[in-house]
Write a protein that binds this ligand. Structure first.
Ligand SMILES: *Cc1c(COP(=O)(O)O)cnc(C)c1O
Length: 455
């Protein structure tokens, strides 16, 4: 049995902790983000041997070293089997380009992958602790429903979701506000960044010290580890086609949690030729990579890929850390990362709404593939990279589709003139009664409500 992996804070002001502590704390006490001290290597022989593994089996194999000392082998296997009871289709769009659809979970976005396993991990850990756990989550649209669904009915866990009331689609909102039970939803009269700031402030507020607060946002390492798995899965499934050649991977990105999953997978040894980070008009990271100067976008720009309307991605601090720099939680750069190495590994590109719509249209007309706005940003980013690097025109590529088109029927209808088929997970929402309260983006009324309702 190997030594359990410990998790350090990107602010380096607190000692490293176990996975259990990192999961339950969410954010490190010094407001940094937890990162694994070591990343176990997966050899190419192992990758090839994993070609036939089912998704739950592969998740178990990839995550086992991270869980060592906290979850035993059998527990982890059972949790993975229980969490991953849906398909993970790798759809060939052209001979060399695949779309990995991560939208088959119960709330029809990739957020289910992490939320479902993290909820199961926490519920096991929570057995040994007294008192209720209060999970605060800010959502740009899809995290809220994935987290609410994953924790719904879990004993001694309560969930509060904050969402920007004017920036989520009707369907996204109904997916959160119709759950009820131990889940409370607050529509915030502000941006996702406001919701995120309110949640982060609550974590470091001494007035709330009596509450056992944690985060289900991608500041929690429990969100990132499961998100490394599907990149390994894609590679293992395509191992025969790649014949050991590296893969291009394109990830539509907002808060950069999904992309950090791919960065972790690459550190495990997954051969990724280039990791394409595709953002919408919130282009603070593409600009940072190009210029070395980081400037948040306040307020964030409103785009049709609404779950990516993030003007200051939390996980950027982790990316900077991986490349030897230090960025604090406010976005202040204390030490520059190795930009040359970042530019070699990553390709960051911003895609406009016009290009997003044109991509949805072209993918449908040319290949019969239905993309929704987020997946279209990733697909357009891949096309842009290959256009600039024609030597990679035949390199095998995987682009991630992060949500089901039926989550964005208005956009699909307007762009393609068709009605996306509604998966069972989204059916029947229209009839469910909604319940949510609206709050301003000010911190104090929110804090007072937490004190009133949860102490
Ligand atoms: C959350 C989300 C994204 C962005 O993922 P990050 O991890 O925040 O970068 C992309 N697409 C959809 C549909 C999402 O819900």
């Amino acid at each position: 049995m190997s030594e359990p992996i410990r998790f350090y804070s990107t602010n380096h002001q607190t000692p490293a902790v176990t996975l259990a502590e990192a999961l339950l704390q969410g954010q490190a006490p010094d407001r940094g983000l937890f990162m694994p001290e070591t990343v176990p290597a997966i050899s190419s022989a192992t990758l090839a041997a994993w070609a036939d593994k089912t998704y739950p089996d592969l998740a178990h194999a990839v995550l086992l070293p991270f869980a060592a000392g906290v979850f035993d082998d059998q527990t982890l296997a059972a949790l993975c089997t229980d969490a991953y009871d849906y398909d993970v289709p790798l759809e060939p769009v052209t001979q060399r380009r695949y779309l990995m659809r991560l939208d088959r979970g119960p709330t029809a976005s990739f957020k289910d992958f992490a939320a479902r396993l993290m909820a199961r991990w926490m519920s096991v850990l929570n057995r040994d602790v007294t008192g209720d756990l209060l999970i605060l989550t800010a959502t740009s649209g899809d995290t809220g429903s994935a987290v609410a669904h994953a924790y719904h009915g879990v004993e001694r866990v309560r969930v509060v979701v904050l969402f920007p009331v004017a920036e989520v689609s009707d369907r996204q909102r109904k997916q959160m506000t119709t759950i009820g039970g131990n889940v409370t939803t607050l529509g915030i009269d502000g941006k996702f960044d406001d919701c995120q700031a309110m949640v982060k402030r609550a974590f470091s507020d001494p007035a709330l010290a009596a509450l056992r607060l944690t985060s289900a946002n991608s500041i929690n390492i429990g969100r990132l580890l499961p998100q490394a798995v599907y990149y390994v899965y894609a590679y293992a499934k395509l191992a025969e086609a790649t014949r050991g050649e590296p893969l291009l991977v394109s990830v539509p990105s907002g808060n950069f949690g999904d992309m950090m999953g791919a960065v972790l997978a690459r550190r495990m040894g997954l051969p990724i030729q280039r990791l394409i980070i595709a953002t919408n008009a919130n282009d603070e990271v593409p600009v940072f990579l190009r210029t070395g100067v980081y400037q948040k976008i306040v307020p964030s720009r409103v785009c049709i890929s609404n779950a990516m309307n993030v003007g200051h991605p939390s996980n950027l601090a982790r990316l900077v850390d991986v490349y030897g720099g230090h960025m604090d939680e406010t976005g202040h750069l204390h030490k520059s990362p190795d930009l040359e190495r970042m530019r070699g590994d990553l390709y960051a590109v911003s895609i406009s709404d016009d290009e997003t719509r044109a991509t949805i249209k072209a993918a449908y007309e040319t290949h019969g593939t239905i993309l929704e706005p987020h997946g279209a940003v990733g697909w357009a980013g891949l096309a842009r990279y290959v256009r600039e690097h024609p030597e990679h025109a035949a390199t095998l590529a995987v682009s991630v589709e992060t949500a089901h088109p039926a989550k964005f029927p208005e956009e699909i209808r307007a762009t393609l003139g068709i009605e996306p088929e509604v998966p069972p997970s989204l059916a029947g929402l229209e009839e469910c009664p909604e319940s949510y309260e609206t709050y301003s983006a000010e911190y104090e009324p929110f804090r007072d409500m937490l004190l009133r309702e949860y102490t």
